[in-house]
Design a protein around this ligand. Structure first.
Ligand SMILES: NC(=O)c1ccc[n+]([C@@H]2O[C@H](COP(=O)([O-])OP(=O)(O)OC[C@H]3O[C@@H](n4cnc5c(N)ncnc54)[C@H](O)[C@@H]3O)[C@@H](O)[C@H]2O)c1
Ligand SMILES: [Zn+2]
Length: 389
């Protein structure tokens, strides 16, 4: 037998810029990201239809921006508008539309696709960009809290297939991420607050002082205070980036600590036909895994109370009726393991700011945790019913 051994390293580096007025002609962020000596890269824009509904002047602004910077970049035709929200990840025709636009606009590996939108659009367009020509350069402009502080800054993209979330996808670091806080002002309240769940998640597993800051800012966040949200998005994105760089960016192992609270969340999203937003499902998943951590003796009662109180204070759900279908929820454990491969690995809490991993879950204790959350939610629901009557 003869064997040749192949080994090489590829290092990745990309900036995550925080700015305002990204497409104001005097804002040089995008120009500087794409500009290259002696070249004028072609740039295709793909826009989330939901963002366009709120910012109808966006195509003109982009055209004016590109006209101002025509010495550094070349606009590759009209922007492509795609539907916003989870539906795009379930509709393979939308990925085909993006691929067709990449082909028609003659985007090559030195050109750019700039995608402006929420996490779902970033995931689907990122997937198309990653497979076209085996990967064209992608610049993400995330427009939701969740995509600015979590999904848009990482290395993953995907679409759903065979009724499974994120079944098709690649690990493909972007060329750059451009976070413009002005987009957040356009969000409905539900999407503004849903992304806060990812900040609570990463604070719980990594940073107790960030958690305390979220507690202090809870009122400001619900009052749509941009200072509080700017701080939250920055620190949350920073913690996600640090984690990706320090650990296992392409998830070769079995652990996925950033997915604390997510095994149940993914299942609840599917069980509610995506009526529940990803961030809302994550809030319920965090509540469930925190109560479970307490029931298993890892997390003190006082810490559990702080966690549930923060989720409630920002107006996120700690309960949703689908959670009552405990058997269906528990099936999410197997699906979570199958998506990742290897051993079941679930992150739990031993305190605020410290996550740790387990490889077995006690299903009776999960059922007990579900019962505790149901009873905690019940008085509020009966108050609401009484008020409605
Ligand atoms: N790739 C990853 O690592 C990763 C991580 C976490 C979540 N995700 C994915 O992200 C998706 C959820 O993303 P999301 O929470 O951003 O929601 P979303 O993309 O579904 O957007 C929610 C709605 O808001 C609209 N919208 C977006 N920006 C807006 C703005 N500025 N003003 C007004 N409306 C706006 C969209 O059109 C959509 O209708 C899920 O598919 C989830 O699986 C991916
Ligand atoms: Zn998430």
């Amino acid at each position: 037998m003869r064997t040749l051994h192949q080994e090489f390293q590829v290092s990745y580096r990309y900036p995550v810029h925080f700015t305002r007025g990204l497409f104001e002609p005097h804002n040089l962020t995008l120009r500087e990201v794409v500009a290259r000596e002696g070249e004028k890269p072609r740039v295709l824009f793909v826009l989330d239809g939901g963002v366009l509904g709120r910012f109808p002047q966006l195509p003109e602004r982009i055209a004016a921006y590109c006209a101002e910077h025509t010495d550094a970049l070349e606009l590759a035709g009209e922007p492509l508008v795609v539907p916003g929200g989870e539906g795009i990840k379930r509709d393979s025709a939308q990925v085909d539309r993006v691929l067709a636009a990449i082909n028609k606009s003659r985007i090559d590996r030195h050109s750019y696709v700039v995608v402006v939108g929420g996490g779902a659009v970033l995931d689907a367009v990122g997937y198309a960009a990653a497979v076209a020509h085996r990967g064209v350069r992608l610049i993400r402009v995330p427009t939701t809290v969740l995509s600015q502080n979590d999904s848009g800054v990482g290395v993953k993209n995907s679409v759903n297939a065979f009724a499974k979330k994120n079944f098709l996808g690649t690990f493909a670091p972007p060329a750059a991420v451009l976070n413009d806080e002005d987009f957040l002002a356009g969000l409905p309240y539900r999407d503004w607050i849903a992304g806060v769940a990812e900040a609570i998640k990463v604070a719980l597993i990594k940073d107790a002082s960030f958690f305390a800051r979220l507690e202090a800012d809870a009122g400001a966040l619900t009052a749509r205070d941009m200072r509080a949200m700017r701080d939250l998005v920055y620190r949350c994105a920073e913690l996600h980036l640090q984690h990706i760089a320090s650990g296992d960016p392409f998830e070769m192992g079995s652990a996925r600590p950033l997915d604390f609270g997510h095994w149940a969340a993914h299942k609840l999203e599917a069980m509610t036909a995506y009526e529940l937003r990803h961030g809302e499902a994550v809030a319920v998943g965090i509540a469930l895994d925190s109560v479970y951590s307490h029931l298993m003796g890892y997390l003190e009662a006082a810490d559990l109370e702080r966690i549930l109180a923060l989720i409630e204070a920002v107006g996120l759900p700690a309960w949703t009726p689908a959670l009552a279908r405990a058997g269906d929820v528990l099936a999410g454990l197997t699906e979570f393991r199958e998506h990742l491969g290897g051993r079941l690995t679930i992150t739990l809490l031993s305190g605020i700011g410290s996550g740790f991993e387990v490889h077995e879950i006690n299903e009776d204790a999960v059922r007990d945790a579900i019962g505790i959350l149901e009873r905690r939610a019940a008085p509020q629901e009966s108050c609401l019913t009484a008020a409605a009557v």
